[in-house]
Design a protein. Structure first.
Length: 569
């Protein structure tokens, strides 16, 4: 379990950060520091967005919306080595799916490469930057440690003329990768290591997805992010707490460059979730090493994975808004599940499906006959109306809903017992048919025509209500059931994170029987299979061969976790 003092510490960070940001924006608007608020969501296109990014998306787009401002989408594409168009497309799709729209066209840090280069020359001319010939390892050695100050590089006192000449030659491609870098001349003795002459340009002889072969030098994050903010007129640059130590550098650059505006950076707590990983490096590894079936595998914490699993964006937004009062920055997935169930309980239509079918023959129902019975689509939403469900002589019920020798507490079907079939009739089991191996393969039952709709006119009660599907009309389907991807709350805490992958995170059932209306079901309409859980069609599903993913079971464990005092809300 999480260390409580850490958790409490994180609670303050979350509370302060979210309150602080909105209070700050409100104050800045009231004081006229800014006329309107401009934020940005700045993903690096080197992977798919995940549930952690959802927090940043809801904050950046949400603050802009709440205060009548705008939010830009900006791709932080300063590293040509790892970025791909596939990721750019996926990020745009995911942000829109979350229900947000950015202002104007998507922006890119690479849109500003010309200006950033000019600003680098500006720093050189002002004596605030120099070309360093030390290699990466030497730079690290000279940088010092948290307890020891750094040492000046022997190249630190080059003249602006010499620096300008070398920097232009770096740009012209005269030197190999890593031979020289441009560094800001700040303070090698600073207590903040980020201020010890950070590298701002490096040689990378790789074509860039957007600027092609134009550049062989690229700015570092710290020399691109705040500058892009300033160029876009961003007023409140919201990022995660690990950038807190970069803020003095962010401000230093803004103070030393001829920027058209003065953005300010504010930090908030990163979201972490137990039983999963949220680092892009680890998610990339899961995909590349085939531990999952792609970035949008329904077991992945990616937004595309959650979507494919049938989780609605409204539930994710609700989840993120509740994080403002969580006790820990490491959230249990049960809280997300709780938000999902709460949303789906209100909005998902109900249908019947049988996962492990057992045939039932109604002996007193005429052969060759069938009828349609009215079923309520969603008891929580009258507007969802009703539908007709076919009923006939042969049906399927769940194998688990029958026991030949039932214990006392088992209220479902058994020999000589009567139960209700949902929306249909009471049936009584008269006989059990077995194969040569002794397996139960069929139940012979009778129904009471007077109980149509599910109530007996004589007032007689039954203890169990079962879901069922008409054998003649059933649609065959494949069902994927998912569990946590990892068996450990903190994967990788004791060793390699892949060692705690859950071998049973995916179970596939074939030969499941669905009510006919589920045959051609929209992928974005998660549906409740009565008594079983929430499901939605997989991307691979077709009316000819339906495949459903289990979004989640019906049982909410969140309240229980809270009651035990292990929760975080
Ligand atoms: P990683 O460290 O795994 O590579 P990242 O932070 O570099 O992730 P980006 O694509 O740069 O990923 O993130 C875009 C925005 O989303 C940033 O502002 C970042 O702070 C925010 N973000 C990323 N991960 C989380 C998280 N777990 N919780 C909250 N915000 C996050
Ligand atoms: Mg990043």
């Amino acid at each position: 379990m999480t260390n409580m003092s850490d958790a409490e510490h994180a609670e303050d960070a979350v509370k302060e950060a979210s309150d602080f940001i909105r209070d700050r924006v409100r104050d800045d608007l009231a004081a006229g520091v800014t006329k309107s608020v401009v934020t940005r969501f700045p993903p690096e296109p080197n992977g798919y967005l995940h549930i952690g990014h959802a927090k940043s998306i809801c904050l950046n787009f949400g603050v802009a919306q709440e205060f009548g401002g705008v939010c830009n989408l900006r791709f932080d594409d300063t590293n040509p080595a790892k970025e791909e168009q596939e990721f750019i497309d996926a990020i745009e799709e995911d942000v829109r799916w979350m229900g947000f729209e950015w202002d104007g066209a998507p922006r890119h840090a690479s849109d500003y490469f010309d200006t950033l280069y000019e600003w680098a020359e500006h720093l050189i001319n002002e004596g605030h930057a120099y070309v360093d010939d030390l290699n990466a390892e030497e730079i690290r050695e000279y940088r010092g440690t948290l307890t020891e100050p750094g040492k000046n590089s022997p190249y630190r006192d080059r003249t602006p003329e010499e620096n300008l000449d070398l920097f232009r030659r770096m740009k012209a491609g005269e030197f190999e990768d890593g031979a020289r870098v441009l560094r800001a001349k700040v303070d090698m003795a600073s207590g903040n290591i980020n201020m010890r002459d950070p590298v701002i340009y490096r040689i990378v002889k790789k074509p860039h997805p957007r600027t092609g072969d134009t550049w062989c030098i690229y700015p570092n994050y710290d020399f691109a992010h705040g500058q892009s903010d300033a160029l876009e007129g961003v007023t409140h640059s919201l990022c995660t707490l690990e950038f807190e130590d970069h803020r003095p550098l962010y401000d230093w650059f803004i103070a030393h460059l001829p920027t058209p505006s003065v953005p300010r950076q504010y930090e908030f707590a990163r979201l972490n979730m137990t039983y999963t990983v949220l680092s892009k490096r680890r998610l990339t590894q899961l995909v590349e090493d085939g531990h999952v079936n792609g970035w949008d595998d329904p077991r992945m914490p990616t937004l595309s994975g959650l979507r494919r699993r049938g989780i609605p964006p409204e539930a994710i937004r609700d989840f993120v808004s509740r994080l403002g009062v969580t006790k820990s920055d490491s959230v249990e997935p049960a809280l997300l599940d709780h938000c999902v169930r709460e949303h789906l309980n209100k909005h998902a239509e109900r249908r019947m499906a049988v996962l492990k079918p057992l045939k039932v023959v109604i002996e007193n129902y005429p052969e060759g006959q069938s009828e349609e019975l009215e079923a309520v689509n969603n008891p929580e939403d009258e507007g969802a109306g009703t539908r007709m469900v076919p009923f006939g002589r042969e049906l399927y019920i769940e194998q688990d809903d029958f026991m030949e020798d039932p214990p006392k507490k088992f209220f479902r079907l058994g020999p000589g017992r009567e139960v209700r079939l949902r929306w249909a009739y009471f049936i009584t089991c008269n006989d059990v048919v077995k194969d040569d191996a002794g397996n139960i393969i069929e139940l012979r039952c009778t129904y009471d025509p007077a109980t149509k709709g599910g109530d007996a006119p004589d007032g007689r009660k039954v203890k169990g209500t079962l879901h069922w599907v008409s054998a003649e009309h059933a649609v065959d389907a494949v069902l994927h059931q998912y569990d946590h991807l990892f068996t450990e709350p903190n994967p990788g805490k004791n060793g390699d994170f892949v060692d705690s992958l859950n071998p049973d995170s995916l179970t596939t059932l074939t030969g499941c029987k669905l009510e006919p209306s589920l045959g051609a079901w929209d992928a974005d309409r998660t549906v409740q299979f009565e008594r079983l859980g929430y499901f939605c069609p997989d991307l691979s599903s077709s009316p000819e061969s339906p495949v459903f993913n289990r979004t989640m079971t019906l049982r909410d464990t969140w309240a229980k976790i809270q009651a035990k005092g292990r929760g975080n809300a």
